[in-house]
Design a protein around this ligand. Structure first.
Ligand SMILES: Nc1ncnc2c1ncn2[C@@H]1O[C@H](COP(=O)(O)OP(=O)(O)OP(=O)(O)O)[C@@H](O)[C@H]1O
Length: 358
């Protein structure tokens, strides 16, 4: 066990921002916390960093209490590094001085600067540049290098890639993950980007309205979201009205399907959730499973509206080069791979935290 939060809550006046958040991060592992804007991610990081205190609950590191409502270890004594959204480099300092900022003056100081630059794949040519002479991705890597320089036990990353454009973001993220891996530092990333969260670390936690609704290895959370809202939040999800038809079986407009996970809590009727990648659609000579009611071009793909009967329509994307096989009015056959996840039938409240089993 390493960094541990136990029942952490936080209120600002009458506003409750976090409620009973408990999470443990093992030494040397990476946790990504994903949530919508305003869900409390930054506040959680700020409590771990020591910029805020919890209203209730405890933060501890290797068994040592860092903060509870009555006592707190100050931020600079926690051995925790923090990288903000925009990197927050000192604009009037060179890369060398930025990275060396938290290091004691010593003969080894310059060597350490070079070491963390190597770790974060920063070219030594950049040593004497100023932040405005760097690309966004380089700035973020300098910010990480600066945070890593004093060899912290934990690094906190607050949306460090959000200001970068898509291509640079993926590249910078991969470079950062490599650097974090090589340094062996325990890391927590917060982000509102699902792809980023799913690819970042060994653990993923979903936060909604100040509560941790689900945590686990990213593949497990993605495979078996605890409720329909989490399923939708983590990626495009298709929901079909269904009813159970036997052990691990459910019937919906696409026929009788295998149930991979059942989160319906014994309710009936249910909804069957599947991901677009599970659908295999081909043209059909006969009646097929569905009919193409509309086809819309959307960049490199064509979106087909497929009517399954019973007034139920499903949208499916096919590559542009394949679209001629699916004219409007044509019949298609649909195969589903991998089974479905069941949830209670739709209710009026569809927020991420609704109906959470904890
Ligand atoms: N010092 C404060 N006083 C009052 N309310 C605050 C304070 N800090 C944060 N909040 C409120 O707490 C909620 C969560 O804020 P927080 O910044 O933690 O969310 P977030 O998930 O990081 O959002 P974003 O992704 O938009 O940065 C927001 O509604 C915010 O207005």
């Amino acid at each position: 066990m390493m960094l541990q939060l136990t029942d952490v809550s936080k209120s600002f006046g009458a506003t409750t921002v976090l409620t009973d958040v408990s999470v443990a991060v093992e030494r040397g592992t990476r946790l990504a916390i994903v949530g919508a804007s305003g869900s409390g991610k930054s506040t959680l990081l700020r409590i771990i960093a020591g910029f805020e205190g919890p209203s209730t609950g405890t933060v501890s590191l290797d068994g040592r209490v860092l903060a509870n409502p009555v006592s707190t270890v100050s931020a600079h004594r926690r051995g925790i590094g923090y990288v903000a959204q925009d990197g927050a480099l000192f604009p009037h300092l060179t890369v060398r001085s930025n990275i060396a900022f938290g290091l004691r003056r010593s003969p080894g100081r310059d060597a350490r600067v070079r070491e963390v630059m190597d770790l974060t794949s920063l070219d030594l040519e950049l040593l004497d540049r100023y932040p405005h002479q760097l690309s966004g991705g380089q700035q973020q890597r300098v910010a990480l290098a600066r945070a890593l320089a004093p060899a912290p036990t934990v690094i906190l990353l607050d949306e460090p890639f959000s200001a970068l454009d898509t291509g640079l973001r993926a590249h910078t993220r991969a470079a950062m993950v490599t650097a974090l891996e090589r340094s062996g530092v325990t890391t927590i990333l917060v982000t509102h980007d699902q792809e980023e969260a799913l690819s970042f670390g060994q653990q993923l936690a979903v936060i909604s309205a100040g509560r941790l609704v689900q945590a686990g290895p990213p593949s497990e959370v993605f495979d078996a979201p605890i409720n329909a809202a989490v399923a939708e939040f983590l990626g495009t999800a298709l929901f079909l009205p269904a009813h159970t038809s036997g052990p691990a079986r459910a019937v919906c407009a696409l026929g009788e399907l295998h149930v991979r996970h059942d989160h319906s809590h014994g309710t009936e009727p249910v909804r069957a959730m599947l991901r677009p990648a599970q659908l295999h659609v081909r043209e059909s000579d006969g009646d097929g499973d569905a009919r193409v009611v509309a086809a819309r071009q959307n960049g490199s793909a064509v979106e087909l509206d497929l009517s399954l009967g019973d007034g139920f329509t499903l949208t499916h994307r096919v590559p542009l080069y394949d679209a001629h096989r699916f004219p409007a009015g044509g019949a298609v056959a649909i195969r589903v791979d991998g089974g479905v996840v069941l949830y209670p039938a739709a209710t009026a409240s569809g927020t991420l935290g609704a109906g959470v089993a904890r």
